[in-house]
Design a protein around this ligand. Structure first.
Ligand SMILES: [Zn+2]
Length: 163
């Protein structure tokens, strides 16, 4: 994806208030992020470990989500699979929950997905980050196809948040 500025990211949140989008924590090192290898940028809030954020491009427009992730639970010591990039980790996948956009979200409606805890799906796919003791499923898909599949999964997740 193309590099985004802090302002562009703050403007693109779809499932929180403008005030929250203004205050939430955006990485300071945006200029150094490997944008060319990212299908989306995801990060954890250093001040609030249960909060995570991601931003991607949908039809050429930046779209960002605020997420809440569950704390470490016993099941996380088992191997589990990220529903975005399909990487299998031991203890490295979290349930991330997004409030739905608008009124539905204010009434407490959420959408959840299991996602790599560090939100580094793009780097796992490209072999730029090691999955550790987890193992990649043996797949015959090309990298391009896996990237496409991840984009499709992420777009579908965002569509459920904004619908
Ligand atoms: Zn992933």
């Amino acid at each position: 994806m193309k590099a985004l500025t802090e302002q562009e990211i703050r403007r693109s949140f779809v499932n929180c208030t403008k005030g929250e989008a203004k205050r939430l924590s955006v990485p300071r090192d945006l200029a150094e992020r490997p944008w060319g290898d990212l299908d989306f940028l995801g990060w954890r809030d250093p001040q609030a470990p249960d909060r995570a954020y991601l931003v991607t491009e949908i039809d050429g427009r930046p779209t960002a989500l605020t997420l809440r992730s569950s704390g470490a639970a016993s099941w996380q010591t088992r191997r589990s699979m990220c529903s975005m990039c399909m990487t299998t980790h031991t203890g490295g996948v979290s349930l991330m929950v997004a409030a739905k956009k608008g009124k539905a979200g204010q009434q407490g409606n959420t959408v959840g997905a299991y996602i790599c805890s560090d939100l580094a799906c793009s780097l796992y796919l490209r072999g730029k980050k090691d999955v550790g003791t987890g193992a990649q499923l043996h797949e015959t898909l090309t990298l391009e196809e896996k990237i496409q599949r991840t984009a499709t999964n992420l777009t579908a997740f965002i569509a459920r948040v904004t619908s």
